[in-house]
Design a protein around this ligand. Structure first.
Ligand SMILES: [Fe+2]
Length: 259
């Protein structure tokens, strides 16, 4: 009796095996995902990976990124010229819908917990070589600032639209940063303050960022995906022609492991 049921159990497991394999697909992105966490956890806090299949299929990119924070919503945007969306959105963020250059900034600077991972997948670069990307590590920026400015940026008084925040926080040796100058200005105007707090400190920061933009710029080719730790590095973009068909896909996620 025992022998018979044991044999039946083995037989039924054998029958189940292929079905189980079907339901648990191989995680083909496990290696890239661990490389991503490793490289975004240390300077320079960004890297470019080339994979045309990944870049051309948003579902593949989502399959790579979503497991990094399964409880979080993955934000996805097609970044291309879109006059209607530009007219609809706030002045602070609409520039990504236009052909205009974007100065160094971090994404979701207004959020209490800004996205830590931002990925830019280049589907179609600008055919005239415009829209160059730049990335700079917060460490390299802060090293060029005066002590007074560093101190001012660590004050919790910079309002990007959702109450006072610090521009710089965390360890001196590896500071975290949030910064979007146009959001600060727009917020100050809305509150009738006219001028942003610590204006001279922000001017010094802008000056340093403007000096760094050309030294840190590079072109993304079709099939490239740029991963940035958005709490440790700032990114910028050059302008391009108003009739450009440049298309980039942007993904944003809050990943505890790299914060
Ligand atoms: Fe951005």
């Amino acid at each position: 009796m025992f022998w018979t049921s044991a044999k039946m159990m083995i037989a039924s497991r054998a029958a189940l095996a292929p079905a189980l394999e079907d339901r648990v697909p191989e995680d083909r992105y496990a290696e890239l995902r661990s490389e991503l966490v490793r490289r975004l956890s240390r300077p320079p806090y960004f890297f470019v990976h080339h994979d045309p299949n990944l870049v051309s299929d948003p579902e593949e990119t989502k399959a790579l990124l979503a497991p990094l924070a399964p409880e979080q919503r993955l934000s996805f945007t097609r970044v291309q010229i879109d006059q209607e969306a530009a007219a609809r959105e706030s002045k602070g963020t609409r520039y990504s819908r236009t052909n205009q250059p974007l100065a160094f900034h971090t994404d979701s600077a207004h959020a209490r917990r800004p996205h830590s991972l931002v990925a830019f997948a280049m589907v179609r670069p600008d055919r005239n070589g415009g829209g160059l990307s730049s990335v700079v590590c917060a460490n390299d920026v802060v090293a060029r600032l005066s002590a007074a400015t560093r101190n001012a940026l660590r004050q919790r008084c910079h309002d990007f639209g959702r109450g006072p925040m610090r521009v710089l926080w965390g360890q001196q040796a590896a500071p975290s940063i949030r910064y979007y100058r146009t959001q600060l200005q727009e917020c100050a105007l809305r509150k009738n303050e006219g001028i942003v707090k610590h204006g001279p400190a922000l001017e010094e920061l802008d000056q340093v960022l403007a000096e760094l933009v050309e030294q840190t710029s590079f072109a993304l080719d079709a099939g490239d995906i740029l991963f940035v730790n958005n709490q440790k590095a700032l990114h910028a973009r050059g302008g391009f022609a108003s009739n450009s068909d440049r298309l980039m896909l942007r993904y944003r996620l809050r990943v505890r492991e790299i914060e």
